[in-house]
Write a protein that binds this ligand. Sequence first.
Ligand code: NAG
Length: 321
Amino acid sequence: MSLFQIFLVLFVSILYGLSSVHTTPPPSDAPRQELSRYIANVKQADRRLYSAKDHVGHTMDCVKIIPNSEIFNEFIAVYHTYINGIPKVNLATSTDLMTWTWIRELASQASQPAISISSDGGFILIWEQEPRNHLKFVYFKTWSDLQQGIIAKSYDALRTLSVCAEGTPNIYRANSTYIEIGYHYYWNCDVDRQARGTLINFKKWQSTKQQNLDNALLHWGVKGNIGDRDAVTYDGYDFTLIEGQYAKKDFGTWRTFIYDYQTGNADQLNIETDGGSQAFANPTITFITIDGQRAILVTLFVPSENSAPGEAGELIYYKKY
Ligand SMILES: *[C@@H]1O[C@H](CO)[C@@H](O)[C@H](O)[C@H]1NC(C)=O
């Protein structure tokens, strides 16, 4: 080796060393960690409700809550309740997020509802409909129509990615002519995997698999379903809360992860409840204003497997920030 070559090798090694030591963390790391702490720390939430039920006693399973765009300081919840083995989608309202007034049943043989304000007025709902488990889209023109169950438009999406089941929708954005959602498809009728779809004019349904999202959880050894999710933008960065089941058919192994669109990675959230429940499924997240303050509202389904006494069922909590 000539002296020049030795210098060159040294120079390149030093450069390489410097670049690996001083790699700056991805800019979404700090906001993701901050958001994760708010979500994980149930014990320090401003208010929390375990095993949520509405005023007539319906369990509020897999609830999604949004502010009512037509009534100041009111929140709308959609959820499902099993009655004699048949799931029903229910609607309720609240002003404090802890006590819920049941309004009506919206659908039968239906579960896992998602709701969004339609950006051109009214409300979009999507749920899992039986028979032939599939996604059903429904549009209500006004709050008054939703309370009365008066449907303006609807669409049953025939399954495209699974011959067995497609469901657990979340809504990325919606208006009365254009709806973009996330959902799961039952891959090979074996395990749930991630997909995304668009419904145009309540007529044209297009869908694609979301393997990046799957891979981020498979990386941690998730062997069962990768299912329900909900998306948010926090501090300018996009994140998704998503459930992953470590062992097939084992409800006690559901965990909730936070997926970072910027890095393509997911972290498991170490959620701490008062009693120390371990399994958490069907995450939703909504930014709200309550008592004039910004707050992060989270809901999780706590399966009875691996749950602490009194904590199984739907968990609703919020933290002001
Ligand atoms: C609905 O959203 C789509 C996509 O963002 C947009 O092109 C369309 O103009 C919107 N329609 C209405 C009625 O707001």
